[in-house]
Ligand binder design. Structure first.
Ligand SMILES: C[S@@+](CC[C@H](N)C(=O)[O-])C[C@H]1O[C@@H](n2cnc3c(N)ncnc32)[C@H](O)[C@@H]1O
Length: 253
């Protein structure tokens, strides 16, 4: 079980908003070489193409399913199947954009300087990542997966990680001319019987569900769903608030 474009895009408005907010702050008039790292189903790549229709845009992702959708969404762009870990661009880049993807990649101490090095002078690295790994949603997944009933079946899993904000300042500031770091908590108002569980199945839960067969997966989701509903109860109108902290990095070389 890997990335499923339809499930991921079930909350496309909420998932797109941080990318749009980051895009609004990019101080480039006419970038030529643009890469969307971890481009997924291409809906953010499409925003890049709308803002800079003349740019040469490449989307890169390690999921064939997501790329297949991206190629349909934006036939004018080039899409490459590759992991960020081993990727090296052919040309110096004017813009390296990444929305909700780099937390899946290890070793940010080495990764971020390498990404900055791939930019031309004045080029921009623009990154958004979740910063909510200690939120009840994520804590409950780790707790349940660590119980004796599940630990052997699921094993050690990775839900992604980011560094403390001050570490990005330390790593990036000496290497760039301008650096802006900020965070936003999006208070997402969601509807439906289990919206937080549905949201998590599109992303964070993917590695946890992958080793389970259909029956075990259903049991795990039932148990997690009831814990999530307790942590995020719907109000009397049926609305569930799911606050989601996100961190932003805008670095200009
Ligand atoms: C949450 S989705 C975000 C997709 C897109 N950027 C968006 O905002 O809609 C994360 C994407 O990162 C990709 N990804 C995860 N690890 C990756 C890696 N090591 N290299 C390249 N892509 C990766 C996944 O395949 C997935 O499509």
């Amino acid at each position: 079980m890997g990335w499923e474009p339809d499930r991921y895009l079930q909350f496309s408005d909420e998932r797109l908003q941080p990318a749009a907010d980051l895009l609004n702050r990019i101080p480039l008039a006419r970038p030529v070489h643009v890469v969307d790292l971890g481009c997924g189903a291409g809906n953010v790549t499409r925003l890049l193409a709308q803002r800079w229709p003349e740019a040469d845009i490449t989307g890169l992702d390690s999921s064939p399913e997501m790329l297949e959708r991206a190629r349909r969404v934006l036939p004018s762009a080039r899409f490459e199947l590759a992991g960020v870990e081993h990727w090296e661009p052919d040309d110096a880049l004017d813009l390296l954009f990444s929305n909700a993807a780099l937390h899946w990649v290890d070793d940010h101490e080495a990764l971020f300087p390498r990404l900055l090095d791939s930019l031309s002078a004045g080029g921009v690295l623009a990154v958004q990542m979740p910063g909510n790994f200690d939120a009840p949603s994520h804590r409950l997944i780790r707790e349940l997966a660590g119980t004796t009933a599940w630990a052997d079946r699921i094993g050690p899993r990775r839900m992604g990680a980011v560094l403390p904000m001050a570490d990005y300042q330390r790593i990036l500031a000496p290497r760039c001319t301008r650096l802006h770091l900020w965070e936003t908590t999006y208070w997402q108002a969601m509807s439906g019987p289990a919206p937080v569980l549905d949201w998590l199945q599109g992303t964070t839960l993917i590695p946890y569900l992958a080793p389970l067969d259909d029956a075990a997966r259903a049991d795990f989701l039932t148990e997690l769903g009831s814990r999530l509903t307790e942590a995020y109860p719907p109000d009397s109108s049926g609305t569930t608030l799911f606050p989601f902290r996100r961190i932003f990095i805008l670095a200009q070389r």
